[in-house]
Design a protein around this ligand. Structure first.
Ligand SMILES: Nc1ncnc2c1ncn2[C@@H]1O[C@H](COP(=O)(O)OP(=O)(O)OP(=O)(O)O)[C@@H](O)[C@H]1O
Ligand SMILES: [Mg+2]
Length: 457
């Protein structure tokens, strides 16, 4: 701690001198001030810690404390008080003073308080640096895509992040980026330096989920041998991410709603209200509206959550982003696996762009990872993406033959037409949808004499 700067504020030169002298011996840099006005301007020079006399000639020490804390909440302030002013000292602590020392004080004791205080800031700074480093991958730019829907989502997440919105609902199929979106929100705003806590509602039995979230008092239930703070308390000032909210049981839904409305809650087995400032981000890949209709989800909680809802689009609705995402993951796995893959063959790219991606971005990421492990060359090809093979895409070749029989030619023709229409008559894409190659689909186009109808104008 030797290089910290300590500002000594006292109107009595002798006290100032003895403190400064001792601090210098201990290796600290020092600044001095004899008045409140001087103290405030010296603080601007950059002091880590202030020893602040409570009885200054031109202003009350408490006023100076408040101004210092306003200018830089991280500055540590230790009040120097006269023996009689215990109440004032307590008041100072309430206003953010780290500690106080009674005059006449013992220099050794003051030095110990200074050292303790500086250790605390050091720790605080380290935590903040760690959090900032953690935050870096979660800027809005971590959401890859330039399609209209994703550009809108990116902007909305950032806007919510910097807003005071305290409740957010993220909806979207599995793998569309709900976890990522929650982090982008958290790390966009001034909650970024506070905790991001996450819990999956389906992962825990009901009673455990309740005590994880709200905490419990000692003796609240068998096995509760000591008091425990819940996530809502630990995340004060930050964010709690409630994943798979659709799985939460109704009893807990009610308790959560009460918290969202009152910003306070009781620990399990507790009787006093605990107030915290936490943003709750809930996520679901089920339709909550559907769950409400089935009577599984409280409508009042649904309406509360739905005030700020962000639907994340499935990948098949933003196909323009597929090449961008493929390149993004090729780059990142090139680094991770020390590979030199430069791109994807035109055939594979076309197939990947018309593929349905039921698992969305997660599936794409996993597909690239697998393809890169399988390939030795500099180009990824169709054979490296097994899901492009219809058999492995979950499609079953077993279709029951109706008792009355069918017209196989007509069925084939209809499927080929559908594939062509869906792909905008891109033969490669249509072929992929049917598990055929280009020659095989061309043959069928000729066989059925299919023609693209010009768009009537
Ligand atoms: N737009 C995007 N840009 C870049 N990466 C993305 C994007 N969307 C999702 N991802 C990545 O895809 C993977 C899956 O995303 P995530 O875990 O956030 O999905 P999810 O919606 O929470 O899925 P689930 O419902 O299964 O929990 C992660 O690796 C995430 O970083
Ligand atoms: Mg998720």
């Amino acid at each position: 701690m030797g290089h910290a700067t300590v500002l000594v504020v006292d109107d009595e030169p002798l006290i100032r001198w003895s403190l400064v002298n001792r601090l210098k011996q201990e290796g600290y840099r020092t600044l001095e001030a004899g008045t409140a006005a001087d103290a405030i301007s010296q603080h601007r020079e950059g002091a880590d810690l202030v020893l602040l006399d409570i009885g200054l000639p031109d202003a009350d020490g408490l006023t100076v404390l408040k101004q210092i804390k306003e200018a830089d909440p991280d500055t540590l302030v230790i009040m120097l008080t006269a023996n009689t002013a215990v109440e004032t000292a307590v008041n100072a602590m309430k206003h953010g003073a780290f500690h106080y020392a009674n005059k006449p004080f013992d220099l050794d004791e003051v030095m110990m308080i200074v050292e303790k205080a500086l250790e605390t800031t050091q720790l605080r700074r380290e935590v903040r640096t760690l959090r900032a480093r953690q935050a870096q991958p979660y800027g809005p730019e971590s959401i890859v895509g330039e399609s209209a829907p994703i550009v809108a989502v990116r902007a909305l997440l950032h806007r919510i992040g910097v807003s005071p919105a305290s409740t957010v609902l993220l909806t979207g199929e599995s793998g569309t980026g709900k976890d990522l979106a929650a982090k982008v929100i958290h790390y966009s705003g001034n909650r970024a330096s506070r905790p991001f806590m996450n819990i999956t509602c389906s992962a825990l039995p009901e009673t455990l989920l309740e005590s994880e979230l709200f905490g419990h008092e000692r003796g609240a239930f068998t096995g509760a041998d000591r008091q425990k703070r819940g996530l809502l308390e630990s995340a004060d000032g930050g964010t709690v991410f409630l994943d798979e909210i659709g799985e939460m049981v109704p009893l807990l839904q009610a308790k959560l709603l009460r918290f969202l409305e009152e910003k306070s809650f009781k620990r399990v087995g507790g009787s006093s209200d605990i107030k915290v400032d936490v943003r709750v981000i809930a996520a679901t890949n089920r339709s909550l509206e559907g769950e409400v209709k089935k009577g599984h989800f409280r409508d009042d909680l649904y309406y509360r959550l739905n005030v700020m809802a962000v639907p994340l689009p499935p990948l098949r609705d933003r196909r323009d982003d597929i090449p961008l995402l493929l390149n993004h993951y090729i780059d990142s796995f090139n680094t991770e696996f020390r590979k030199k893959v430069r791109g994807i063959s035109p055939g594979a790219l076309a197939a990947l762009q018309s593929y349905g991606w039921p698992g969305n971005v997660r599936e794409l990421r996993n597909a690239v990872e697998r393809a890169m492990l399988l390939s030795d060359g500099t180009e990824l090809k169709e054979e490296h993406f097994p899901m492009l093979n219809a058999q492995e895409s979950g499609f079953s070749a077993e279709v029951p033959l109706p008792a009355a029989g069918i017209n196989l030619e007509a069925l084939e023709r209809s499927l080929v037409v559908q594939a062509l229409e869906r792909s905008g008559w891109n033969q490669t894409k249509a072929a992929t949808l049917l598990g055929l190659n280009r020659d095989q689909i061309r043959y069928r186009i000729e066989k059925f004499k299919l023609e693209r109808h010009p768009i009537s104008s």
